[in-house]
Design a protein around this ligand. Structure first.
Ligand SMILES: [Zn+2]
Length: 228
């Protein structure tokens, strides 16, 4: 089957090209229309950073990514884009991709679809207005999203739902060394790695994490171009 975001959503078949490691068992079940892995025929992995932009940690992360010559995907919260527009602009200017992570970070699975669209549309607009970039993927806060919501979102807005396959639980702030260890022990070709650029420890973990990925022959790349 050809890998494409359109065909997998049309078929309703979850693409799990590489074994997923995280403790989100539900995302491995067939019939779930969202992405948890990249195709495993490339050595690519996707570093994703959620919940920013943050006025201090995101610029420090951008410095690190620039030094390492690595591109990443940032799942932006709309109200944070409005609060820190210069940081959002810098993310795009330096070659990274931006995805939609809702306006106010609610649990969406139990919300009416009108609320879902309101959260997402407002965020798409602020990202477009400030960065000039039109997000092509959506990551639901907490992964809280239903099959129906995911299918409707793609049908009505063309946004593919992207979850993850590696979750180091960096938001629990286990320390940078542990964040690195967790990521490196679970990541393989095709992994989508969930982290958050609003935490000092996560950003501090990135030089060793990126070096470790590269040492394993893995290439941190943008996510969206591999889905279309
Ligand atoms: Zn989040």
């Amino acid at each position: 089957m050809k890998w494409s975001r359109r065909s997998f959503l049309a078929s309703g078949i979850a693409i799990a090209a590489a074994p997923a490691i995280a403790d989100h068992g539900r995302i491995h079940l067939p019939g779930f229309p969202w992405v948890v892995n990249l195709p495993a025929f490339t050595p690519s992995v996707a570093l994703t950073f959620d919940d920013g932009p943050h006025p201090e940690h995101t610029p420090r992360l951008l410095d690190i990514l620039g030094e390492q010559n690595v591109r990443a995907t940032f799942y932006l919260i709309g109200r944070n884009v409005a609060a820190w527009p210069d940081v959002a602009r810098r993310i795009v200017a330096e070659g990274h991709d931006v995805g939609n992570h809702s306006w106010s970070h609610p649990h969406l699975a139990t919300r009416p679809f009108a609320t879902v669209l309101s959260e997402i549309d407002r965020t798409t607009k602020v990202i477009e207005d400030i960065t000039g970039r039109n997000p092509t993927t959506f990551r639901p806060p907490y992964g809280s999203f239903t099959v129906t919501q995911s299918r409707r979102l793609f049908a009505e807005r063309g946004l593919a739902t992207v979850l993850w396959s590696v979750d180091p639980h960096d938001w629990r702030r286990p320390g940078p060394e542990e964040v690195t260890r967790r990521i490196l022990s679970h990541t393989r070709a095709g992994s989508i790695i969930l982290t958050h650029d609003i935490h000092w420890g996560t950003v501090t973990a990135m030089p060793a994490t990126i070096a470790g990925l590269k040492a394993r022959g893995l290439s941190p790349d943008l996510l969206a171009p591999l889905l279309v």
